[in-house]
Write a protein that binds this ligand. Sequence first.
Ligand code: PMP
Length: 433
Amino acid sequence: AHEGILRRQSLRESAARTYARSLPIVPVRARGLTIEGADGRRYLDCLSGAGTLALGHNHPVVLEAIHTVLDSGAPLHTLDLATPVKDAFVTELFATLPRELAETARIQFCGPAGTDAVEAAFKLVRTATGRDGLMAFSGAYHGMTAEALAASGGARHTSVTRLPYPYDYRCPFATGGERGAELSARWAQNLLDDDKSGVTRPAGMILEPVQGEGGVIPAPDGWLRRMREITAERGIPLIVDEVQTGVGRTGTFWAIEHSGIVPDVLVLSKAIGGSLPLAVIVYRGDLDAWQPGAHAGTFRGNQLAMAAGRATLAHVREHQLDRRAQELGARMLARLGGLAARHDCIGDVRGRGLMLGVELVDRDAGPDAGGARPADPRLAAAVQRACLDRGLIVELGGRHSAVVRLLPPLTITDEQADAILDRLADAIAAAVR
Ligand code: PMP
């Protein structure tokens, strides 16, 4: 079955598909951190549905929530109508928000995908401000629909002004450290204050507190506060994309809590649906300039996703899994630091909570002015393959696909964390040999 399914997939599906090309797995069963393939092999899954599975695969509280809705006879398709399931989800979600946002917060259900919510955020700030332009950051990832793509790094598009993200290891100014963040902030300020730049009054700025697909790059808290100040002073709504960083992943319930910034619009998806498709924006009430019917969409009432999501949010909160992610992530990062000290091919290790990255570089090439060596995507692919051979699923990210990303569920045990790192260490040793 395994080989036949893979063969038919490669014949029928576009080569544009992502994970499947590098992970020839046919998953048939899963629980927690573990996935089992049709060939009977078992894997530790550190891709976690691209960061969706805060509680891992098929967590009992998520399954129970889904079964409860199914057994209740409630309608599964409810468009935008009010339902008890939706009411409970929104109540739980609002209880997790920073007080300043929660006080006036409005929510808009946007559809199944993160990119739907990003588009809705852009549309909202354009309606609220009556302006058009957007500001985004190099290396960003916001989705695959037109505007979300335009705001993502590498896109060729003109409606979005791209600013440098403070990527200290490969700082665009080759200075590194807080200075990169300082210069990035000044760049934003200069553009906005220069009346000949053409971007003096954008409709909004969008950023990720930790870039995920961009290569696991946490933004310094000071830089985030500067961006908040710069946008607030000029009346520019700040959109924070927590599609990947939300629900405890980075060590606080929302990543914005590290810096204390309060965005005007929060974009949420992935883990908020407890592994099922769900995306929303939550925003300051006075931005709600939308007229009735201004934002439509058929699939915004997924009752199973709301129930699974409510159960996930409640479980993370009640069991303080964000704090657990912080402690465990710090320990894992320290171990990765030890690994980097032993291997010249590891240029940088970084992350926040259980969102970790290992940047692989060409150990034979010289460093640039900032001390970084060229990214090594071939080595990264070899490490990913060696991980798979050892029963570990990892994803690659970053501008050159040379960053090994670890996004394990927040529920993993100490022993599982060690097993992940043992396998990764072994895979790196094998790949550089
Ligand atoms: N924003 C961020 C930060 C993401 O990581 C992603 C998905 N990786 C998206 C938006 C897009 O979400 P989706 O793939 O569900 O459209």
